[in-house]
Design a protein around this ligand. Structure first.
Ligand code: NAP
Length: 357
């Protein structure tokens, strides 16, 4: 097996950029992009991203669009192609039929039913195959890997705070736009029952153009249970909602709300079991919008992979303190979360923290 060239890595970078906006739209399928490239003149012949809902897959769409021009070309894919029948035919068959000569793969497929199968099939068909160990491709589907390997989705915590580290519910403006973008990239938004009871702004995407992207909203029931009159679940919104509750906690919810029972303690669901129940429903990435107690519990359980911290300029704008004691940034550092990206806008600063490798 040959190694990836610098051109290969550039094409994979481009594929990741193409796939990134589709995060949160592919249900239980990985988010993938496929590029068909002429290896002689390095011109792009066709490109595609996994379709909304997860089917058809990117490879099938790109090869279909390339048609006869795929013969002799290089196919770049962010994830190892599927090799078995699911809701789509195996992409590996489409690749062999297309006449592609070389396939460069950004990341191995973590699904044990798929891992390594495409490699064998392509090699026996005489297609050259390159595994690039491409970091950005791995990050794109970190949730798919966690789901298959650790039975939980990728967990991002979203926090909007003012200069005093108090939690803010932004109704509009840049902070709300940033928060809505994070919501759109997730397969589910999780909030604690007390947050679902007291927050004024419900977790629904308001940003123009993304209104249809509000994912499943999940309320984590506490010891007081959940009451449809109090917990954002009784009134019709058109957005799907679920409640996760410990096995014997009282849950009063309309039939449209799925009630997921998991083990727990003191009336609270065990957080790892709660996340496992979402992974089993195909959720690959979740956004938690916690208050101070849920934030502390998630960090304590070492279940936070990333934090999106939106810090507003100025103090005195918020509600409860995000942390019971000390500064939020110190708490994140103590949990081995390091800042990896920052973005500034008038009046607000966004910092992405990720779990230290
Ligand atoms: N962005 C925001 O502005 C934002 C976001 C969230 C919350 N808030 C505010 O924060 C305040 C609520 O803070 P909070 O600390 O009570 O809410 P929280 O941290 O969001 O969540 C705590 C709630 O989740 C339940 N829960 C279920 N399983 C849990 C577990 N394993 N560990 C911890 N909690 C679990 C708790 O149950 P028990 O009842 O049994 O403790 C409680 O109802 C409210 O004023 C709310 O408006 C603001």
């Amino acid at each position: 097996m040959s190694a990836a060239t610098p051109e290969d890595l550039r094409w994979l970078d481009a594929a990741v950029r193409l796939a990134t906006p589709a995060r949160g739209t592919t249900a239980d399928s990985p988010v993938s992009a496929a590029l068909v490239v002429n290896p002689i003149d390095q011109c792009l012949i066709a490109r595609a991203v996994t379709a909304r809902g997860g089917h058809p897959h990117a490879e099938a769409l790109a090869l279909d669009s390339a048609g006869f021009d795929a013969a002799g070309a290089t196919l770049y894919v962010t994830m190892e192609p599927c090799a078995s029948w699911g809701r789509s035919p195996p992409c590996v068959d489409a690749i062999v039929r297309s006449g592609v000569m070389r396939v460069v793969i950004g990341q191995a497929n973590a699904d044990p039913a798929q891992a390594g199968v495409a490699e064998q099939r392509l090699q026996s068909a005489g297609v050259e195959i390159v595994f690039a160990a491409h970091q950005a491709s791995a990050e794109l589907n970190a949730g798919q890997a966690l789901r298959h390997v650790h039975n939980r989705p990728f967990v991002t915590v979203a926090l909007v705070v003012d200069a005093d580290d108090t939690l803010v519910d932004p109704a509009s403006g840049t902070a709300r736009d940033w928060l809505d973008l994070e919501r759109a990239r997730a397969d589910a938004i999780i909030m604690g029952a007390s947050g679902a009871r007291t927050r004024t702004a419900t977790p629904v995407i308001a940003r123009a153009g993304l209104a249809t992207r509000t994912p499943l909203r999940v309320v984590l029931s506490g010891s007081k249970g959940v009451d449809r009159r109090l917990n954002l679940i009784g009134s019709f919104t058109g957005h799907r909602t679920a409640v996760i509750a410990q096995s014997d906690t009282a849950v009063d919810a309309p039939v449209s709300v799925e009630v997921i029972r998991v083990p727990g303690k003191g009336g609270r669901p065990d957080l790892a079991a709660a996340l496992a129940s979402l992974a089993e429903r195909g959720k690959q990435s979740v956004l938690v919008e916690p208050g101070p107690r849920l934030l502390a519990a998630l960090l304590e359980a070492d279940l936070v992979d990333a934090v999106t911290l939106i810090a507003l300029d100025g103090a005195g704008q918020g509600g409860p303190a995000a942390v019971a004691d000390g500064r939020l940034v110190d708490m994140l550092a103590a949990a081995d979360l390091e800042p990896v990206r920052e973005q500034r806008a008038p009046g607000a600063n966004l910092t992405i923290y990720r779990r230290r490798a």
